[in-house]
Design a protein around this ligand. Structure first.
Ligand SMILES: C[S@@+](CC[C@H](N)C(=O)[O-])C[C@H]1O[C@@H](n2cnc3c(N)ncnc32)[C@H](O)[C@@H]1O
Length: 209
């Protein structure tokens, strides 16, 4: 029976790609992933399918049908497949596959390392694909830092929090383009972030006070 691998590729730089991920790519027939994830495997000579925000669902189904046809397939997931990654949509589509999850270093882990936050006592949250969900408001007063993947732009999330009564002076950090040469870590107030510009590749931390 052919197998489907969900492979975490880390935050972006090949420095954070695991040997386990590389080993899987050496053994499979089809590699599926965003262009930035596929670029991490320049030596791969099999079939590749490019994942884009708009063809996610189609590519998940296509990957499963290739496995049904007898091909070993790996879907690359930035960071870790289990956090706001491909694990959830795949399990929703099929629960009877021969599946292996190869963990990767999540952008949240690298953000915690950069900011020296022990992440066993934080609120971990993704708003990816959910808009500026009010869910986040329920986490901000439990004495723990909140680490969040914004839905789109981090400055819009900051504006949403201000509109919902969070103190403009609240301490926050934004970790942008982690592991890339142009990585940026900004520490300041919520109000400052609301007035800045960041790329879509950001982890935001809202400190407890
Ligand atoms: C679909 S989620 C995938 C998260 C991924 N599974 C993980 O564990 O990091 C994509 C979001 O993760 C965050 N992200 C991924 N790579 C990043 C990086 N290198 N630097 C900062 N944030 C990153 C951004 O918020 C991005 O919009």
């Amino acid at each position: 029976m052919a197998k489907l691998y969900l492979v975490g590729t880390g935050p972006g730089s090949s420095d954070y790609l695991t040997k386990a991920a590389i080993k899987v790519a050496e053994s499979i027939d089809v590699l599926v992933g965003s262009q930035r994830a596929l670029d991490l495997f320049p030596g791969f000579s099999g079939e590749t399918l490019v994942l884009r925000a708009r063809n996610m669902d189609e590519m998940m189904k296509k990957s499963i049908s290739l496995v049904d046809e007898g091909k070993d397939v790996a879907i690359l997931s930035t960071g870790d497949p289990g956090f706001s990654g491909v694990l959830k949509p795949i399990l929703r589509l099929r629960d009877d596959l021969d599946l292996e999850v190869v963990p990767g270093i999540s952008s949240l882990q690298l953000a915690a390392a950069r900011l020296q936050i022990p992440w066993d006592e934080v609120n971990l949250l993704t708003l990816h694909g959910k808009g500026n969900s009010e869910v986040i408001l329920g986490f901000l007063d439990n004495e723990k830092p909140t680490m969040v993947l914004p839905d789109f732009r981090v400055e819009q999330l900051a504006q949403f929090l201000l509109e919902n009564g969070v103190n403009p002076e609240r301490r926050v950090a934004v970790c942008e383009k982690l592991s890339y040469p142009d990585e940026r870590v900004f520490k300041g107030s919520l109000e400052e972030v609301a007035d800045m510009e960041f790329s879509y590749l950001c982890v935001m931390v809202i400190y407890s006070k």
